[in-house]
Design a protein around this ligand. Structure first.
Ligand SMILES: Cc1ncc(COP(=O)(O)O)c(C=O)c1O
Length: 432
C-alpha cells in the first residue's frame, strides 16, 4: 500500500462534485455493485414464504428467511392479516402515536407483549432499526457512558454514534474485557455524575452465539449500570416459553430493557421495547423516531396480536423449529463441518477460502443443487473465511435437512479439492 495516498488526500488535490465522489467510491457494500444484480446482491425470492421458493425462475430449497416459527404463511396469520387489511387498509391510524396515531389495539398489543416478556410496560416501535437507534439516543446524555459488545448489530452501532459522551467497546462476549471497560466507564461516570448503559444482544444474528447475559448481569452491583438487550433473533426462539434469551438464561428481572423486532419470529414489521413502567413512559415522550414518525398501521398491529397469540399458545411451533435446528446442526457436525459457536437456530457453516471461491461455491449451490442460503464474506467474517448462513424454520422438514447436508458434503469436497479455485474466479472487490 506504500505510496498510495489515502482516498481523502487523493480527492483533496482534485475537488470532486459530491455525487461524482459517491459514485467513485460506492462504499463497503457498493463495491460489489458490479456483480450481476438480482443474483448475489438483491436476489429475488418469489412465491409464498416457505422452504421451497422460486429464484431466477427455479424452485430452490431456501434457508435464508428469518421466519423462525413458520408464521409468515400460517393460515390463521394470513386470515388475520387479510381481514385487518380489508377492514382498515394501510392508512389508519394517521400520524404519530403522540399526536393522532394511537388506538386501543396498539395499547392492547403492548399489554399482551408486556405480560409475555414479564415486564411492567412495553412500547411499540414502528421499525426495529430506528427504534434501537433512537432508544439509545433517548437514554443517554453527554455525561453518560455506553459500553457495548463489539459484534453489535448496525442499529446499536449507529445509536452509539449519536451519543455525545464517552463509549467503550468490549470484545465480543468477553466478560474480562467488559469488566476492564466498565472500570474505565465507572471512573468517567463518577467524574461526570452520569450513568452507564451496557448494550448487547440476546442472540447474535451472524454467529448464532448467545450474549452472555447471565455473567453480564452479575457485574451490575459492582459497576451500577443499566442493561439494554437487543433480542431480535431470540424472541420466539429462545427460553421455555419463547419469551427470549433472557428467559433462557433466567435473568429477565435483571435485563432492564428488552428489545425485539417483529421482523423475525413474528414474520411481520415493527418492534417493541419493554421495561419498568416509568422508564417506558420516559421513552414514549423522548424517543424521537416514534414521536416524529407515523405509528404502526392498524392491520400490522392486529396481525401481530394474532402472531403473538399463536406463539404463546402453540409451543409446537418452537418445538418444530428446534427439531429442525438440532437435526441440521447435529447432522452438519457429524459430517465434520465447522458451525462455529452457535447456541441458537442461526446456523453458520464455515469454510476456508477466498471470496472468489465463495462466489463460485454459492453459484454451484444455487445452480447445480437448487439450494439457496446467504453467503457471508469479508469484511463481515475474517479474510479467508466463507460463511454459508442458514436459518432453519419450523416449516422445514427432516428431508430438507438431509438434502442440505448432502449438498454441503459436495461443496466441502470441491473446496478441499480446489475445484472452485480452479474455476474462473468471480473476482470480488474485497480480493483486489
Ligand atoms: C439484532 C437486530 N436488531 C435490530 C434489527 C432491526 O429490526 P427491523 O428489521 O425491525 O428494523 C435487526 C434486523 O432486522 C437485527 O438483526
Amino acid at each position: 500500500m506504500e505510496g498510495i495516498p489515502p482516498l481523502f488526500l487523493r480527492f483533496k488535490s482534485k475537488k470532486l462534485d459530491l455525487f461524482d465522489k459517491l459514485i467513485t467510491d460506492m462504499g463497503p457494500l457498493g463495491r460489489h455493485s458490479y456483480l450481476p444484480e438480482d443474483y448475489f446482491m438483491f436476489p429475488k425470492l418469489e412465491g409464498e414464504i416457505k422452504p421451497r421458493m422460486k429464484f431466477q425462475g427455479r424452485e430452490m430449497l431456501t434457508w435464508s428467511l428469518n421466519n423462525y416459527l413458520g408464521l409468515a404463511n400460517h393460515p390463521e396469520v394470513r386470515k388475520a392479516d387479510r381481514e385487518a387489511a380489508e377492514k382498515y387498509g394501510l392508512a389508519y391510524p394517521m400520524g404519530a402515536r403522540m399526536m393522532s396515531g394511537n388506538t386501543v389495539e396498539h395499547i392492547k398489543l403492548e399489554k399482551m407483549l408486556a405480560d409475555f416478556i414479564k415486564r411492567e410496560s412495553v412500547m411499540l416501535l414502528n421499525y426495529g432499526y430506528q427504534g434501537v437507534l433512537s432508544i439509545i439516543d433517548a437514554l443517554v446524555d453527554r455525561k453518560d457512558v455506553i459500553v457495548y459488545d463489539a459484534e453489535s448489530h448496525a442499529c446499536i452501532v449507529d445509536g452509539v454514534r449519536l451519543h455525545l459522551g464517552k463509549r467503550f467497546i468490549f470484545q465480543h462476549n468477553n466478560i474480562e474485557d467488559l469488566q476492564k471497560k466498565l472500570h474505565n466507564a465507572k471512573k468517567i461516570a463518577d467524574e461526570t455524575g452520569g450513568g452507564i448503559l451496557v448494550i448487547t444482544e440476546g442472540v447474535f444474528g451472524m454467529s448464532g452465539s448467545m450474549g452472555n447475559l447471565k455473567d453480564i448481569v452479575k457485574l451490575k452491583k459492582k459497576f451500577g449500570f443499566r442493561l439494554l438487550v437487543d433480542d431480535a433473533h431470540g424472541f420466539g426462539t429462545m427460553g421455555p416459553t419463547g419469551a427470549g434469551t433472557d428467559e433462557e438464561q433466567g435473568v429477565q428481572a435483571d435485563c432492564d430493557l428488552y428489545f425485539s423486532t417483529f421482523a423475525k419470529s413474528m414474520a411481520g414489521i415493527g418492534a417493541f421495547v419493554g421495561g419498568d413502567e416509568k422508564v417506558i413512559k420516559y421513552l414514549r415522550f423522548n424517543t424521537r423516531s416514534q414521536i416524529f414518525a407515523k405509528s404502526l398501521p392498524m392491520s400490522f398491529v392486529l396481525g401481530m396480536q394474532k402472531r403473538l397469540e399463536l406463539l404463546k399458545t402453540n409451543p409446537e411451533l418452537k418445538n418444530n423449529l428446534w427439531k429442525i435446528v438440532r437435526a441440521l446442526q447435529d447432522g452438519l457436525k457429524k459430517e465434520g463441518f465447522n458451525i462455529g459457536s452457535t447456541q441458537s437456530p442461526v446456523t453458520p457453516v464455515l469454510f476456508k477460502g477466498g471470496t472468489g471461491e465463495a462466489a463460485n461455491a454459492a453459484m454451484d449451490v444455487r445452480e447445480n443443487f437448487n439450494l439457496f442460503c446467504s453467503v457471508v464474506i469479508y469484511p463481515v467474517v475474517p479474510k479467508g473465511v466463507i460463511m454459508f448462513r442458514m436459518i432453519p424454520t419450523a416449516v422445514h422438514t427432516l428431508e430438507d435437512v438431509d438434502e442440505t447436508i448432502k449438498v454441503f458434503a459436495e461443496v466441502k469436497k470441491k473446496l478441499d479439492d480446489g475445484v472452485y479455485r480452479r474455476m474462473e474466479l468471480i473476482e470480488l472487490e474485497s480480493d483486489r
